[in-house]
Design a protein around this ligand. Structure first.
Ligand SMILES: [Zn+2]
Length: 393
């Protein structure tokens, strides 16, 4: 080997630990320092040392003594994580490109494919130190705290895992949407903000997101047994949130949003919740141009009960949904009462049925509609969801 050319690609002054790391996957129960020491003691290996000088870790051109400074990193970590509540953690790290490449070159030079990267040793050793000194547990799948040490800048990125809380909400007003509308600044309240603002402040989080099991229109109340949701608060400093407090605070606001059945959950449940599709029962106040003919509207409701209807994507949502014709089943349509030109109609329908369109027909895009069968144009005064038929209830 020509030392002139080799100098450019690999380190010449290396420590026992960095040598030992090249054989990290050989044997267990010993440290990389010991592995390096044993390797160097073995005269059979001496031919591999051409051009290498073994030095103390502080002078090592690969690790620069980073493993000797773990206590200092730990102190800084404790400083920066002082405000964060966590029980489990995971350590990651970023090393300068040059270090990574020198580390790899040494392992090649030593002709070893049994090594581990320097970051893996660092993550393990720093993780062990945190465990020993704090008693908190390392966790690979869903750690409360993600720690990334950037060795180029000796800086830390500390990110706590989102908290997910499951619950059921009822919305007793007709002027707020389920989630924030980024593009409509004039509507500043939503089910999401009512719950999220309180949760965010309790958890000292960065942001929040409400994931609903479906949604109702802004002007539709969500009554009865309510709708399932999961609210996520990101980067919380506090994790031990009193769900009872959260419920009391939200319900105590009297913002027309009421929550119940709270429990902690995980991200995995969000997709499950979003995929759920249940029948719903609605109460609709239907209006006609003239007095309702009670007998005719009851007959019209009976005709629709148990029938399938065909709904082309309503114009009002056509910018967000693809233009399809959906076949939806109406389980039951009944007339609760009539008064003048108003009829109160109860509809139980399959998930995804457009109820407003079922009543007014959407210019022929929903067939048949209650207007068709009744024989006069009807409009929707108010609409409420009064029951979601969840199979587990
Ligand atoms: Zn070293």
């Amino acid at each position: 080997m020509n030392p002139e050319t080799s100098q450019a690609t690999h380190a010449t002054k290396v420590c026992e630990r960095c040598i030992g790391r090249a054989f990290a996957n050989v044997g267990s129960g010993i440290s990389n320092n010991e592995r390096g020491h044993n390797f160097l003691e073995n005269p059979e290996n001496s031919y591999l040392f051409n051009g290498l000088t073994v030095v103390e870790e502080d002078s090592c051109q690969i690790c620069h003594g980073v493993f000797k400074r773990l206590d200092l990193y730990f102190e800084e970590f404790i400083n920066q994580s002082r405000d964060l509540e966590y029980n489990t953690y995971l350590v990651g790290s970023k090393f300068p490109v040059e270090t990574v490449s020198l580390d790899q070159e040494l392992q090649k030079l030593l002709d070893s494919d049994k090594g581990e990267p320097i970051k893996r040793e660092f993550n393990r050793e720093f993780g062990k130190l945190i465990n020993e000194k704090t008693g908190k547990e390392a966790e690979f799948n869903e750690p409360d705290l993600n720690i990334v040490v950037d060795l180029s800048y000796d800086s830390f990125q500390l990110k706590t895992r989102s908290i997910y809380i499951y619950g059921i909400y009822r919305k007793m007003r007709r002027d707020i949407p389920q989630t924030r509308w980024i593009h409509k600044k004039d509507i500043s309240t939503s089910v999401e903000t009512v719950i999220g603002d309180i949760l965010k402040s309790m958890a000292q989080g960065r942001n929040y997101f409400l994931h609903g099991a479906g949604r109702e229109d802004v002007d539709v109340q969500m009554l009865g047994n309510g709708r399932q949701f999961i609210i996520e608060v990101s980067e919380p400093k506090r994790r031990s949130i009193s769900l009872e407090d959260l419920q009391q605070k939200v319900n105590g606001l009297n913002e027309g949003v009421e929550i119940s059945n709270l429990r902690l959950t995980s991200r995995a449940e969000v997709a499950k919740l979003k995929a759920s599709a249940n029948d719903k029962t609605y109460l609709v106040r239907v209006k006609a141009a003239s007095d309702i003919d009670r007998k005719r509207i009851i007959e019209a409701a009976e005709k629709l009960s148990g029938k399938h209807i065909y709904q082309r994507t309503p114009l009002r949502v056509s910018t967000r949904r693809s233009d399809l014709i959906r076949d939806k089943q109406l389980q039951e349509v009944t007339v609760e009462e009539t008064l003048g030109n108003i009829a109160v109609v109860k509809v139980r329908a399959e998930a995804g049925t457009y109820i407003k369109e079922l009543i007014h027909g959407d210019d022929g895009r929903t067939k048949p509609s209650l207007s068709d069968v009744y024989g006069e144009q009807l409009t929707v005064e108010t609409l409420d969801v009064i029951w979601i038929h969840r199979s587990d209830e």
